[in-house]
Design a protein around this ligand. Structure first.
Ligand code: ATP
Ligand code: MG
Length: 433
């Protein structure tokens, strides 16, 4: 076989490599998230990426987009049906139940990681994508709903995104109220059968609420006039919703009530919400969640109130990039490039690099490796993006000194004693101690 016959193996469509030029943005975002979770008292949980297929079918719902057509399901070698997780909530509930975390206690948990859905790849929509999720268990009042919304709002504020996103809110009521409403809705849709598209006809008896979510403009007028779930809430859910709105008002978080917001998963009850943006085209939802008081029981546990949300990291990073909101300092690179001027100083350069890393733990120092002429070493120093080059030759080694050369402006280069180097760099470089 000749070389040209060998077909190059490429990544799976919709599953992206995260390149070194992308990772500083991700680390910036992930760092903010990690801090924020600590500040709000949420503890991290990490679940496996693969679960039994039944977990998702039972929780997300058989007649949802995810379970009907988006899951990566395969048979294990021993014949079990397994699925790459399409979302985190079901796994989180499974793990919390399995380890007794829901027994007589409350929990505030968060997680982060890849999710898998077989969707048509496009900007902001991938087959492997990443979410940060938050789940709180054992709280039934609207205060925790407001608390998780405030947590997300603070993240937007600190990222500079708050003015670019809108909070949409709705209540789905209790499952009983929803069942009664469902009948009303089916009756209404039956009267307007001629306007329903193919998808909606299919959902008419299996999942009529999802029809409300349709973006088909031909159905918009009919959907606007449909009976509203909000007008059909049970009293307790109505009170819960009113209290939540009052808490958000008191906290100064603006929101829009969207009576057609239903969410694509079956397990929600009462509060549902989405944070949306107009800056990303049609993939405008960056964070979505709500209350799912029935799910733990549905999966075989004791009735446990629960609320949570998930945000799509790719969409948020796209948004930060689009709006140019990642600060330059977060974009990485080195502070200092340290080089031996020729091979005779390699050991001394290495020793000095290690010394500096001990003295200045915040310093981002790249040591020249790989030899080469002096000219090529300086070229690499320049390319590294560092603010300073530290040069070490025979003279410097003999004098226990080093030559400091600014790479980004034309300060004159200076020779300074190695003993004074840490202080000089501390003065010259901005850093967070
Ligand atoms: P959409 O309506 O955009 O399909 P969804 O309702 O299916 O979203 P959720 O299951 O609520 O999404 O997931 C929460 C968040 O995860 C979404 O708001 C979005 O930011 C992100 N997300 C969902 N699916 C994808 C995907 N295929 N690629 C990238 N991000 C995604
Ligand atoms: Mg979807």
């Amino acid at each position: 076989m000749s070389k040209s016959d060998v077909k190059k193996i490429q990544a799976i469509r919709g599953m992206n490599d995260l390149l070194p030029s992308d990772s500083p943005r991700w680390q910036f975002f992930e760092g903010k998230v990690r801090q924020l979770m600590q500040r709000y008292g949420f503890a991290e949980i990490r679940m496996p990426i693969v679960e039994q297929t039944a977990l998702f079918a039972r929780s997300i719902g058989e007649v949802t987009d995810i379970v009907e057509k988006e899951m990566y399901t395969f048979e294990d070698r021993n014949g079990d049906s397994l699925t790459l997780r399409p979302e985190g909530t079901a796994s989180c509930v499974r793990a919390a139940m399995e380890h007794g975390l829901l027994y007589n206690q409350t929990q505030r948990l968060w997680y982060q990681g890849p999710m898998f859905r077989h969707e048509r790849p496009q900007k902001g929509r991938y087959r492997q994508f990443h979410q940060v999720g938050v789940e709180a268990y054992g709280f039934d009042g609207p205060d925790i709903d407001a608390e998780v919304i405030l947590l997300s709002a603070r993240l937007w504020r600190e990222l500079g995104l708050l003015e670019h996103v809108t909070l949409e809110l709705n209540s789905l009521g209790s499952s009983e109220a929803r069942a009664a409403y469902r009948d009303k809705l089916i009756a209404y849709f039956e009267q307007h059968r001629d306007v329903l598209d193919e998808d909606s006809l299919r959902r008419l008896t299996s999942n009529p609420l999802r029809i409300l979510d349709s973006k088909n403009p031909a159905m918009a007028e009919m959907l606007d006039a449909a009976p509203r779930l909000l007008d059909n809430l049970d009293d307790a859910s109505r009170a819960h919703f009113e209290q939540l709105k009052a808490l958000l008002d008191a906290a100064g978080i603006p929101f829009v009530v969207n009576p057609r917001l239903v969410r694509g998963l079956d397990y929600y009850s009462r509060t549902v919400f989405e944070w949306t943006t107009t800056a990303l085209g049609s993939q405008g939802t960056v964070c979505a969640g709500g209350r799912y008081d029935g799910l733990v029981e549905q999966l075989g546990g004791k009735p446990t109130p629960a609320v949570g949300f998930a945000m799509g990291i790719e969409r948020l990073i796209l948004l930060l990039e689009t709006l140019d909101l990642v600060p330059d300092e977060a974009l990485g690179g080195s502070d200092v490039y340290l080089l031996a001027m020729d091979d005779s100083a390699t050991a001394a350069a290495m020793a000095l690099a290690e010394q500096l890393r001990s003295e200045l733990p915040w310093l981002r120092l790249q040591l020249h490796c790989g030899g080469g002429s002096f000219k090529s070493r300086m070229k690499k120093a320049d390319k590294s993006g560092a603010a300073f080059a530290l040069l070490l030759g025979e003279d410097e080694v003999a004098e226990r000194a080093v030559t400091l050369k600014a790479l980004r402006d034309d300060q004159a280069q200076q020779r300074i004693p190695q003993a004074a180097l840490a202080d000089t760099l501390s003065e010259q470089l901005t850093h967070t101690p």
